[in-house]
Design a protein around this ligand. Structure first.
Ligand SMILES: N[C@@H](CCC(=O)N[C@@H](CS)C(=O)NCC(=O)O)C(=O)O
Length: 328
């Protein structure tokens, strides 16, 4: 039997998750081989993530002994403890280590505060986006000045501080790239960011197997493949009543569902010819079906010898957590 692997819950576009993935990669750890990676969607967090870490943020690393690291910096330090061949955290003086801590605190504190209020004004009514942009820019100018001697925050080689701040500066730029690129007094920082954006190490953690476009399928959830047009009609009608392709709930008596591990084979068997974009994977929350008195039975599917979940009744829209294009 193979030993259980650490498990990382991650979200492709999250800057905290990006820096954790960068550190794991720098330590030479690989998803699939050294740890399992579960890509999540923030609006439908899998129950396994919430059971491990009730605060529900990513990244989270669950270790085989049950220990849970629920802060990106804790995950980074764990990774670098395994191996730190690039010297993210090794080879610095105690004064330099102090500076790394200060930069991390400045990023995760004031910079992130202003970044959010600049980038997502709708989420912060009463706040002035432009003022927060200026406050964030003042911090960026400070960081830019630090790059003067060697091109990195602490001199001529990157430290943890560089890797940990870069995904957030990238986010700042993404809010208004043209304006960022033309911003005066920021040339060194613009170059520092560009070098990161073009770095294969960054590209690697933004692509499979480090970052999947599709969410991890939880064994706690159930799934159903639906034609987009039929799902759209169901949303107008208030409930979904297709059993499987070409058959209704009324004709069959139940709706065919799949467990997480059965989705791919079901898609191949019944939906292989559906044009891209026309097939959706519905993620279903069983407790919501149960709360509405709807029964799911595990029953043998003829010809497969396999048990499949069957929903005896209509699929409530409220029980569908996600409807995502399949394959993604
Ligand atoms: N201090 C945490 C912050 C992580 C965090 O806030 N992640 C965001 C995504 S970028 C999140 O999971 N938010 C929860 C949500 O949006 O529901 C860390 O360093 O790991």
């Amino acid at each position: 039997m193979t030993a259980a692997l650490p498990c990382l819950y991650s979200f492709r576009r999250c800057p905290y998750a990006m820096r954790a993935r960068l550190a794991l990669a720098a330590a030479g750890l690989q998803p699939g081989r050294d740890f399992a990676l579960r890509e999540v969607v923030l609006k439908a967090k899998p129950p396994e993530l919430l059971a491990a870490s009730a605060k529900g943020t990513v990244p989270v690393l669950v270790l085989p002994d049950g220990a849970v690291l629920e802060e990106s910096l804790a995950i980074i330090r764990w990774a670098l403890d395994q191996a730190d061949p690039q010297g993210w955290l090794t080879g610095w003086s105690s004064a330099e280590n102090g500076l790394i801590e200060t930069l991390l605190a400045q990023n995760d504190g004031p910079f992130k505060h202003h970044l959010d209020r600049f980038k997502y004004p709708d989420r912060y009514p009463g706040e002035t986006s432009a003022e927060h942009r200026l406050a964030a820019l003042a911090i960026l100018r400070e960081w830019s000045a630090r790059l003067e001697p060697g091109g990195w925050l602490l001199g001529d080689r990157p430290a943890l501080a560089d890797w940990a701040l870069l995904p957030f500066v990238r986010q700042f730029r993404l809010a208004d790239p043209e304006r960022f690129d033309q911003e005066p007094d920021l040339q060194l920082l613009q170059r520092w960011l560009l070098r990161f954006l073009e770095d294969p190490a960054f590209a690697a953690v933004m692509d499979a197997p480090w970052a999947q476009r599709s969410a991890w399928r939880s064994p706690s959830w159930l799934y159903h493949l639906a034609l987009r047009a039929e799902w759209n009609s169901a949303r107008q009608e208030g409930s979904y009543r297709r059993s499987t392709r070409g058959q209704s709930l009324e004709e069959v008596g139940f709706i065919h569902l799949s467990a997480a591990h059965q989705v791919d084979a079901t898609a191949q068997r019944f939906f292989g010819d559906v044009p891209p974009g026309e097939l959706l994977l519905l993620t279903i929350d069983p407790p919501r079906l149960a709360a509405a008195g709807l029964e799911v039975r595990l029953e043998l599917a003829p010809g497969t010898g396999e048990l499949f979940p069957h929903l005896y009744g209509p699929l409530l829209l409220e029980a569908v957590l996600l409807a995502q294009p399949f394959p993604h």
